[in-house]
Design a protein around this ligand. Structure first.
Ligand SMILES: [Zn+2]
Length: 298
């Protein structure tokens, strides 16, 4: 699933394409994209809107129109955009929508697994919608270690689960949670509330470093993620632990191990990221994902 670095990379590529342009043609061919609303109605509403800015919050792309309305896009598992300068889009059985801009170029949305969503919001609705679903932006200058520490306090669940909760930090998913925990030398099963101020500080720094490394390499392409020009990202070549089971830790040489935490495959270095003995039993007891946690793992 695209995480913050992937969505931010898409935003940076699409912003100059979309900003200032009028939507002259909108074709939404998959009802799942806009449900429960009728895709033809949504397409008709979008027609004629001029794009003011393309923003991002967490894993959401927000196309803000000059009218004050906004189209909130979530790529979920396999959503991606392709931009072509003319009307020469290649045939694609997984295309779900096509937008024609007033400069004659086209932006196509493809989604193999069809979990992605397009939601058109009226002026004034966007902030409430987003704020109810995602926490602070980890790369904003104003985001401090104490903000992270506040989200960890009182949370007895594993630190990995807390990082995956979008209301803790916006945009961190399975990949960058593992990468950040490795950098901070924190075992993914450590109860969030057990981290001391020093560890919270290290994790705050590590989350930012991991996300920035992902953005520098234009996101990671594991399966379907593509940049809007069709290229693949390169961050997967620089992962420290994610997907590297059995390979040596670059810090200490110990083979990376894979376990399951919060229902997700989780990679870590058993030497650099040790679980303090007291926490092993408590955190390994199987915990059913709560409704709210499942809901918020967007
Ligand atoms: Zn190590």
């Amino acid at each position: 699933m695209p995480e913050l670095p992937e969505v931010e990379t898409v935003r940076r590529r699409l912003a100059p394409v979309l900003e200032g342009r009028v939507l002259e043609g909108v074709d939404i061919s998959d009802a799942r994209l806009t449900r429960p609303l009728d895709p033809h109605e949504v397409a008709a509403e979008l027609l004629g809107e001029r794009v003011a800015t393309l923003d991002r919050r967490g894993k959401y792309l927000i196309v803000r129109f000059e009218s004050g309305r906004a189209l909130v896009v979530h790529l979920r598992m396999t959503g991606s955009f392709l931009h072509v300068k003319d009307d020469g889009l290649p045939d694609d059985p997984h295309r779900r929508a096509t937008v024609t801009l007033d400069d004659g170029s086209q932006v196509a949305y493809r989604d193999v697994r069809r979990f992605g969503t397009w939601l058109l919001l009226e002026p004034g609705e966007v902030d409430d919608y987003i704020d109810a679903r995602v926490g602070r932006e980890p790369l904003e200058a104003a985001y401090r270690a104490r903000h992270l520490a506040e989200r960890l306090a009182g949370r007895r669940t594993s630190i990995k689960a807390v990082l995956l909760d979008q209301r803790s930090i916006a945009g961190v998913g399975n990949i960058y949670a593992d990468e950040a925990l490795w950098r901070a030398r924190i075992h993914p099963l450590t109860p969030a509330s057990a981290l001391d101020a020093e560890q919270a500080k290290a994790l705050h720094r590590s989350v930012r470093q991991s996300l920035q490394a992902g953005i520098r390499r234009q996101g990671s392409t594991l399966r379907d993620y593509r940049l809007p020009d069709g290229e693949a990202g390169g961050a997967q070549h620089e992962f420290k632990v994610y997907g590297r089971g059995g390979e040596p830790c670059e810090r200490c040489g110990t083979p990376i191990e894979k376990i399951r935490v919060a229902g997700r495959g989780t990679w870590y270095c058993p030497a650099c990221q040790q679980l303090e003995p007291g926490y092993a039993a408590a955190s390994r007891s199987p915990s059913r994902p709560s409704r709210s946690r499942r809901h918020s793992s967007v």
